[in-house]
Design a protein around this ligand. Structure first.
Ligand code: AMP
Length: 279
């Protein structure tokens, strides 16, 4: 089994051991309920570093009161088995009180990149993410940390944050892992009924058709409108956004835009799904 660390002291002892052995450490922050997407991040870390540590922490600061913090799946034993099967060395599974001790007063707030898209629909979200990721990166002290492109805007926010705060961990993005149907793996897929899953499988296909429409030269506004209507017509209950953005800044593209990203967030009942791809 990987070692399971609960406290910053445990991490310091581990870091000292690695330093004495001249070993590099790769870090994968997660909220648990692990799937093949998370495992791919850990495998990437293992391929680039001597050892890999995965954190499992359902971060209350990134959930609004009406969101799914309480029902978010928690499966530590199964997660530890999965991580063992791929050779991960250590797990950091702190309690909420360890991550946010009494009288914790700091919030990390990242600027423009965190404002559109997820920032618009989940206004509390990126401050929660940036605060926990900054604290985790500083506690773990890894040389590299691995984040999925599944949460594309989060990856950009974390890159900005680590650069702005001079946190000495290199941030590496990893492509999205999908089911055969094309559905991006997500811990939240566990919430979906069979019927909802059939609808969810279409999300990726609609993003692909948007990327194809870009290549055929259709105007951006037309592509976005068509895709939003399609999502609603196949059974999504609400579309937060389904849009084409500058891949770097996430603002609407203009004549200077070099790379595009197609991004969507849509609801099936109580479940919010996100996906994205190159445009
Ligand atoms: P989470 O546990 O959902 O907070 O995700 C932890 C990390 O795993 C984040 O960096 C996610 O972007 C990444 N991740 C989640 N799902 C996938 C996926 N399907 N493919 C690649 N990375 C993923």
């Amino acid at each position: 089994m990987p070692d399971i660390f609960k406290t910053p002291q445990d991490l310091r002892i581990y870091a000292a051991k690695l330093a004495a052995q001249n070993k590099t450490l790769g870090f994968v922050p997660t909220m648990g309920a692990l799937h093949e997407g998370h495992l791919t991040l850990a495998q990437k870390a293992l391929s680039q570093c001597d050892e890999c540590i995965v954190s499992i922490f359902v971060n209350p600061k990134q959930f609004a009161p009406h969101e799914d913090f309480d029902r978010y799946p928690r499966t530590l034993e199964k997660d530890a088995e999965l991580l063992k099967s791929i050779g991960v060395h250590a797990i950091f599974a702190p309690e909420v009180e360890t991550m946010y001790p009494a009288n914790f007063q700091t919030t990390v707030s990242v600027g423009e990149i965190s404002k559109p898209l997820e920032g618009e629909f989940r206004p509390h979200f990126f401050a929660g993410v940036a605060t926990v990721v900054a604290r985790l990166l500083l506690l773990v002290g890894a040389q590299k940390a691995f984040f999925g492109e599944k949460d594309y805007q989060q990856l950009q926010v974390v890159k900005h944050m680590t650069s702005d705060l001079a946190i000495p961990t290199e941030i590496i993005g990893v492509p999205i892992i999908r089911e055969d149907s094309g559905l991006a793996l997500s811990s939240r897929n566990a919430y979906l009924s069979q019927e909802e899953r059939a609808i969810a499988n279409q999300l990726n296909k609609i993003l692909i058709s948007m990327a194809n429409d870009i290549k055929s030269g259709l105007p951006i506004a037309t592509i976005e409108e068509k895709a939003q209507q399609k999502l609603l017509s196949i059974g999504f209950d609400k579309v937060d956004y389904c849009t084409i953005r500058d891949a770097q800044t996430l603002v609407p593209p203009d004549k200077n835009t070099q790379h595009l990203r197609v991004l969507a967030a849509a609801w099936l009942g109580q479940t919010r799904l996100i996906d994205n791809m190159e445009g």
